[in-house]
Write a protein that binds this ligand. Structure first.
Ligand code: C2E
Ligand code: CA
Ligand code: CA
Length: 693
């Protein structure tokens, strides 16, 4: 048998000579002095290299460069063993993430190194063999039809817990796709088009099923050209004897189909499903009518079905479709007779209409008629519509913009249990303006250092002594002044900017602690808030460590306040983060305990160090007997579990006295201190030091 070929990449000639000598018995050894030359050598040999031993630190074209570059070539599958001196788990993980097959450590122990490289190669080849053989049996099962229909499949076996992805997948989607765990949405970030992610998560949520089912969804997935293309996913769950056995997902590239449909829809004026006008027709027609009637007010109304997703899940999508058609018919019956009335289906369960606006009563009666008509649909489920209304007084804005504003009003109904109709009013207009400012200025504001931390002391109520603080962000806007986090954090959580901001806050707090330490001020722990949205960053924990370690702050001085998520699917991320933080020597607080999201139940999975109870989440004041009882039992339970308790929101002496009487001594609240600029906090700290002397 021919000798196999090994490529040794190292900038130090002496190391290359060592490697050559070590491996020359088993391999033909090729050499390269950096990442770039290595790529050239591979090309010259047309990829006929069995294994690469790669040094990481080389001038200019280093090992990282090489790993990045080779991924983009057809030779990405050649196993790469990294020769490194850094045996930290972080370095190891990073390298493996970059595509390294395994690592060997320098200085080499000659026999070990050779043995290890041979073992790596053998394992690698065996693995490949296995993939090939499973591939052929899969071929039998799913037949070549799949290839011809742009389809590949993945199979999850509930009994073995193993996932198998048809190796052909790489012809259709990005090669990282094989790392997807269909039950862990975080592994899909980047691979699935972000706006489609939530739909995928609920699609894959299997819940309670008792018979074999199949369902479909259309989503965008990253392909090897680094663009997102449309795929139809079909999920079949097999149930045998009442238990789930296999889940089969087929992925069918339907990009061409979708493009064609899109073109068709643009050219056509009719909504395909309901056969009433589509959005474009509506916008055009309404625009013309409004412009032709400058003296008339118009009501632009948008509505959708609340919990339409649930209806689809409960009754199936064909029932869902039939409801949509029914609504379209009713909408047409009601609006068509009105002069200058227009209507359409925008998309999925979203409809719109526009009519001349005479009075609120008249509009309400039209809405009531529609609601009553829809109630006639025979279904064992209350079909509730929610409406957002924009009243156009002139044609200053485009109909598209009016529709957007009706949409904003519509969103406002979602927080309102009493009414399903809301108008775009002055308050929403202001909100819109604030949001526009916030989103358009956030990046600049971060760069300009407009985000500042305020510190709110935590005290031991028995002595009144400061024992630490919480960092709360403030936006100090050059024109608008102090902006509360309550107005911008929810927006940042939606658009993802929160993670960048939170890292900035972590760094600012670390830096501040470092400064105090260098000035000889004794430091106390500072807690920072972690947004639920941060959990989507797969590098959250390593990044935290990196930031804190940059300033050499002992980990017990930075504490993390987490809130339990309303999404069960995030919870294991929370458990994992808590575990990592604590293992790393950080303390973890469960924020807003008792707010509904976080509950006693979650304590069995998430082992935090401190419960933060917000007194305002309790029924009323502490004079309320019930609230007192709840607090008392939570505190005694926490004591029994060896959990510390911090009560926040303490505003009165009475509350403080009561808390002390039930054994809760640590508090944070306006009664003691409000959140304050860092300088003020420093003054308070110094005062405390003086008093102690
Ligand atoms: P939170 O983490 O529950 O913070 C406590 C909030 O309660 C703070 O509001 C604080 O000013 C307020 N508070 C403190 N004592 C009292 C009191 O006695 N009575 C009353 N009524 N309120 C009190 P703030 O600073 O407006 O922050 C609001 C929320 O914004 C925070 O709630 C937190 O969820 C979020 N937030 C603030 N800073 C950050 C940050 O840097 N990152 C992230 N992700 N979220 C942050
Ligand atoms: Ca907090
Ligand atoms: Ca809180």
């Amino acid at each position: 048998m021919d000798k196999r070929t090994l490529l040794a990449v190292d900038d130090a000639e002496i190391n290359r000579k060592i490697l050559s000598k070590l491996f020359s018995n088993d391999f033909d050894v090729l050499e390269a002095c950096d990442g770039k030359e290595a790529l050239d050598v591979i090309n010259e040999h047309d990829g006929n290299i069995d294994i690469i031993v790669l040094d990481i630190i080389m001038p200019e074209y280093d090992g990282f460069y090489f790993l990045e570059k080779i991924k983009e070539t057809e030779f990405a599958s050649i196993p790469v063993v990294i020769a490194t001196t850094d045996n930290s788990p972080e370095a190891e993980n990073r390298l493996l993430d970059l595509g390294a097959t395994d690592l060997i450590y320098k200085p080499f122990n000659p026999q070990n190194a050779v043995k290890k490289v041979n073992a790596i190669l053998a394992r690698y080849e065996a693995e490949n063999q296995r993939i090939k053989s499973t591939a052929s049996s899969l071929e039998d099962r799913h037949s070549i039809v799949m290839r011809q229909t742009n389809t590949f499949s993945a199979e999850y076996n509930f009994l073995t817990g193993k996932t198998f992805i048809d190796p052909e997948y790489s012809n259709y989607v990005h090669r990282d796709f094989c790392n997807i765990d269909i039950f862990d949405p975080t592994t899909m970030i980047g691979l699935i088009y972000r706006p489609d992610l939530d739909a995928v998560i609920s699609f894959l949520n299997l819940g309670d099923i008792h018979e074999t089912i199949q369902k479909y969804i259309n989503i965008r997935i990253l392909t090897d050209n680094n663009i997102y293309e449309w795929f139809r996913l079909a999920l079949t769950i097999h149930i045998e004897n009442g238990i789930k056995t296999r889940a089969i997902l087929t992925f069918n590239n339907i990009n061409n189909e979708m493009e064609a449909i899109k073109k068709l829809e643009i050219f056509s004026s009719i909504d395909r499903l309901t056969k009433i006008p589509n959005r474009n027709t509506f916008v055009e027609k309404t625009q013309t009518i409004i412009e032709a009637n400058p003296e008339t007010k118009f009501a632009i109304v948008r509505f959708d079905i609340e919990s339409f997703k649930i209806i689809n899940q409960l009754f199936g999508t064909s029932e869902g479709d039939s409801i949509l058609k029914f609504i379209a018919v009713k909408l047409q019956e009601i609006i068509e007779p009105i002069k200058n009335g227009t209507y359409c289906r925008i998309t999925s369960d979203l409809f719109a209409f526009s009519i001349p606006y005479e009075s609120e009563e008249l509009l309400n009666s039209i809405i009531d008629t529609l609601v009553a008509a829809v109630k006639m649909y025979p279904l064992n489920f209350d079909i509730t519509l929610s409406f957002g209304i924009y009243i156009a007084e002139n044609s200053e804005y485009s109909v598209r913009h009016m529709l957007d504003r009706a949409g904003v009003a519509q969103k406002a109904t979602k927080n309102n249990y009493k009414s399903h109709v809301s108008y775009f009013d002055e308050a929403l207009r202001e909100q819109e303006e604030i949001e526009i400012t916030i989103v358009s200025e956030m990046k600049r504001a971060l760069e300009n250092g407009e985000f500042k931390i305020y510190l709110q002391p935590k005290v031991d109520m028995r002595t009144g002594e400061i024992i630490g603080s919480e960092a709360l962000v403030r936006w100090v806007h050059p024109e608008k002044g102090l902006i509360s986090p309550r107005s911008f954090i929810p927006i940042f959580e939606n658009n993802g900017f929160i993670t960048e901001l939170d890292y900035y806050i972590f760094a600012t707090v670390s830096k501040q602690l470092d400064k105090w330490r260098s000035e000889g001020i004794p430091i106390l722990p500072v807690s920072v808030n972690v947004s639920r949205a941060d959990l989507y960053d797969p590098n959250l924990f390593p990044n935290i460590v990196k930031i804190v370690d940059t300033y050499n702050i002992p980990h017990e001085f930075i504490e993390f306040e987490l809130t339990e998520s309303s999404f069960i699917s995030d919870n294991h991320k929370l458990v994992e983060l808590t575990y990592n933080l604590q293992k790393g020597g950080f303390h973890v607080l469960m924020d807003d305990f008792g707010s509904g999201y976080s509950s006693l139940n979650s304590l069995k999975d998430i082992k935090v160090d401190v419960l933060k109870i917000d007194i305002n989440f309790l029924p009323t004041s502490t004079s309320d007997e019930r609230a007192g009882k709840i607090l008392t039992s939570v505190v005694s339970m926490a004591n029994a579990l060896d959990l510390k308790v911090v009560v926040e929101g303490v505003e009165t002496r009475d509350q403080a006295d009561f808390l002390i009487s039930i054994g809760a001594y640590e508090a944070q609240g306006y009664y003691f201190f409000r959140p304050m600029p860092v300088e003020e906090y420093e003054v308070a700290l110094k005062k405390q030091l003086e008093a102690k002397k």
